[in-house]
Write a protein that binds this ligand. Structure first.
Ligand code: FE2
Length: 232
């Protein structure tokens, strides 16, 4: 399985604080069956230049050489006004793929914001993946944009959405509807936000059946194999 969203790199953001903690997080992920982990430290364009961020990220990855074959370098790029015309946005994509993980603000999204996401895809080769969509569902329902967003962009949801018994029904419904493209642990540490991909997939297998979970995993296989084209 692929963990598409994680804060496992040491000292990058509010995630892992040390190499030792990162090693524990990586080992826990492997134990749960994760085969590839996309490291997506927060990138806040108003705080740091891409050059500085990418240099810090490379150094952080180099502290974990034993996991180099399963870590893919990415970023969780915070949306900002003007992101659609940024010249540097492509540098923040996930490794050798065409995906960019974007974290949207916790507000009602305007039409202008949705257009900006389309503009990114038109101006570049990038495919927008929206991070932890579940956080925005109430806002998207309010503005009647939920179906539109699910149909028009790639969607990542957090493993927690499946693990929490109050939300798992909604999470499973989204998977059944084909709206979920990627799952990520969004793990930050080994205590309050630990790696939990194994539990999420166990829930999916129990409730949806192994067959459909295999199909869900297969959908992501192109990515696992380094394919750059992704179709629903
Ligand atoms: Fe995150």
């Amino acid at each position: 399985m692929i963990d598409f969203h994680s804060h496992v790199l040491p000292g990058m953001d509010d995630g892992s604080r040390s190499v030792a903690e990162s090693i524990k997080m990586m080992e826990a992920s492997l134990d749960q069956g994760v085969e590839m982990i996309v490291a997506t430290p927060h990138f806040f364009p108003w705080q740091e230049k891409p050059d500085d961020f990418l240099a810090r990220r490379d150094s952080a990855i180099n502290t974990l050489p034993q996991f180099s074959s399963i870590i893919r370098a990415g970023a969780e790029v915070a949306y900002y006004d003007g992101i659609d015309y940024s010249e540097e946005i492509e540098r923040l994509k996930i490794d050798d793929t065409d995906f960019i993980l974007i974290e949207m603000p916790m507000t009602i999204w305007s039409r202008r914001m949705l257009e900006a996401l389309h503009t990114i895809e038109k101006r570049t080769r990038l495919k927008v993946v929206l991070a932890h969509l579940e956080r925005y569902v109430p806002f998207l329902k309010k503005s009647d944009h939920l179906d539109y967003v699910c149909e028009n962009f790639l969607i990542q949801v957090n493993a927690d959405y499946f693990c929490n018994r109050w939300t798992q029904r909604k999470a499973l419904k989204l998977v059944k509807e084909g709206a979920v493209d990627f799952v990520g642990s969004d793990c930050h540490n080994m205590t309050s936000r630990p790696p939990n991909m194994g539990e999420a997939y166990q829930t999916m297998e129990k409730k949806l059946g192994i067959k459909s979970v295999c199909a869900f995993k297969d959908k992501q296989k192109k990515f696992l194999e380094g394919g750059q084209i992704y179709e629903r």
